[in-house]
Design a binder for this molecule. Structure first.
Ligand code: KIV
Ligand code: ZN
Length: 526
């Protein structure tokens, strides 16, 4: 029997979150995040959209095989449109998990039915019945989402949901796909579903909330939905996702925990001390920075600047702090490693930070750590995080790797860069280019060598720690156009004690992703 106060956390960082522009993650990165999500205690991991590409299918399967096979593992779900091909792919990928789930969806708003799907309401009902029952014939755990539920006619929505339940759906997820609802409206929508769809009040079917943040209301809407009877929240770490993003996991979890009485004792299974670590990992691996004032996990979330506040805090932290920073995983003791630290201590530190590396990965990371120790006296967690995420970025199937960079720049001179890249066959390629700045010269040179038509959209550099020997962490976003004229955004990041080297490596990482995509498009159309 389910505890009526328990809220299930359905994490969709690897699916809806990965739909953020430029946030593409490789297999190793997705596995690392999935392992951390399991440690965090999420109930369901939506590992991807299996039909989307062979890479997505492989990632969902591997997560199902590894994380889905842990002791007491989270449910592993894959998204599928309401058609047999998608559902087969989803099942093919999640079937390896101890607790698999197929999550299928079809839009129900008139806007989507008329303009996107071009089907009638009765076609929609028929398709939902057939496809949910097909999914149920493969998997016992089926979730159905009426896309754009937030703008759907409630009476029609209830009808569709009743059919989904009759066909075997065990979770009904209600997306506010375009982030249009207000908390009052969304709460009312959920309450109407609880009241009018048989199975929900009896506890046979769980209602789930899924909100987008276009009006900055995603967390408020999610909490309103939970107050109205939903018992699953679909969220992403740091709130990443399409456009303005999804509901942020850490905000919902901490709101329920901090205001437990207000929410009538609703609670989750999340180990909140893992929140900051998870946030940092997702931010590093997706190259999406967390804004400093972000609730719970932003760098300033627990910083007190004003004198009056500091005075109050010293007298009693309760004056200005509603949560303890340690309760969400901010710890003041940041153990530093140095050149006398051994492999064991290094591996141990990585494990504590949530990274589980294979023997080969660890060998490589340790070698790079030692090289860094020659340049930096003390190596902090932030340095190690930069080093590890940089390593994940380097893929076996990268078309080029950076071998050498030289840049000449100065006042009154046009910056000129000379770059040597090594291709997959081990052949060197060298060229030189000018630019309106040293980084621009390096990027132009990489474009010349690779033939990429990449355009730099964003460039961020930040010093990982303080001091003259700090590592520079560079995050880059580039735009590339494929053979069909379709526009893509790719991100790249790198860390090095030399800012220009980090910039070149980050740019090349993004270009490599783009070249792989262009190649895939060419292969599938050949
Ligand atoms: O926002 C949305 O509608 C979705 C569904 C596919 C669940 O992400
Ligand atoms: Zn969504």
């Amino acid at each position: 029997m389910r505890d009526p106060n328990r809220v299930l956390i359905f994490d969709t960082t690897l699916r809806d979150g990965e739909q953020s522009p430029g946030a593409t993650l490789n297999l190793a990165e997705k596995l690392e995040i999935a392992r951390q999500l399991a440690r965090l205690g999420v109930d369901i991991i939506e590992a991807g959209f299996a039909i989307a590409s062979p890479g997505d299918f492989e990632a969902v399967s591997r997560i199902a095989q590894e994380v889905g096979q842990l002791d007491n593992p989270p449910i592993i779900a894959s998204l599928a449109r309401a058609n047999k091909k998608d559902i087969d792919a989803a099942w093919g990928a999640v079937q390896w998990a101890k607790r698999p789930r197929i999550h299928t969806f079809l839009a129900t708003s008139d806007i989507h039915l008329e303009h996107k799907l071009r089907i009638s309401r009765s076609d929609c009902i028929e398709q939902v019945g057939e496809m949910v029952s097909y999914a149920r014939s493969l998997c016992e755990d089926v979730e159905f989402s009426p896309e754009d539920a937030g703008r759907s006619d409630p009476a029609f929505l209830w009808e569709v949901l009743r059919v989904a339940v009759q066909a075997g759906a065990t979770t009904l997820n209600i997306p506010d796909t375009v982030g249009y609802c207000t908390p009052q409206e969304y709460g009312k929508l959920i309450a109407g579903i609880v009241e009018n769809v048989p199975g929900v009040k009896e506890g046979r079917v769980v209602v789930s909330v899924h909100c987008h943040d276009d009006l900055g209301l995603a967390t408020a809407n999610t909490l309103a939905g939970l107050l109205a009877g939903a018992r699953q929240a679909e969220v992403t770490v740091n709130g990443i996702g399409e456009r303005a993003g999804n509901t942020s996991l850490e905000e919902v979890v901490m709101a329920l925990k901090t205001r437990s009485q207000f929410f009538g004792g609703l609670y989750t299974n999340i180990d909140t001390t893992q929140l900051v670590r998870t946030s940092k990992m997702v931010s590093s691996l997706t190259s999406i920075p967390v804004q400093p004032n972000k609730a719970i996990v932003g760098a300033n979330a627990f910083a007190h600047e004003a004198g009056i506040h500091q005075d109050g805090m010293l007298k009693n932290p309760l004056t200005y702090e509603i949560m303890r920073p340690e309760s969400v995983g901010w710890n003041s003791t940041n153990l530093v490693l140095g050149k006398h630290s051994g492999r064991h201590a290094f591996a141990d530190r990585l494990r504590q930070m949530g990274y589980e590396l294979s023997r080969e990965e660890l060998d490589r990371a340790f070698e790079r750590f030692k090289a860094l120790c020659d340049k930096k006296k003390v190596v902090s967690d932030a340095d190690i995080e930069a080093l590890i995420t940089d390593q994940f970025e380097m893929l076996e199937d990268d078309l080029y790797r950076l071998d050498e960079i030289q840049v000449a720049t100065g006042t009154g001179n046009t910056p000129v860069a000379s770059v040597r890249l090594i291709d997959k066959e081990g052949e060197p390629h060298q060229d030189a280019a000018i630019g309106n700045g040293p980084v621009n010269a390096v990027c132009n040179c990489i474009n010349r060598i690779t033939g990429a038509n990449a355009k730099l959209l964003e460039f961020h550099v930040h010093a990982v720690t303080e001091g003259i020997d700090a590592i520079a962490n560079v995050t880059i976003r580039v735009e590339m156009i494929d053979a069909h004229g379709k526009r893509y955004v790719f991100s790249g990041r790198s860390a090095d004690t030399d800012t220009l080297v980090a910039s070149g490596k980050a740019y090349l990482a993004a270009v490599n992703k783009g070249l792989r995509r262009v190649k895939r498009v060419a292969d599938t159309t050949a």
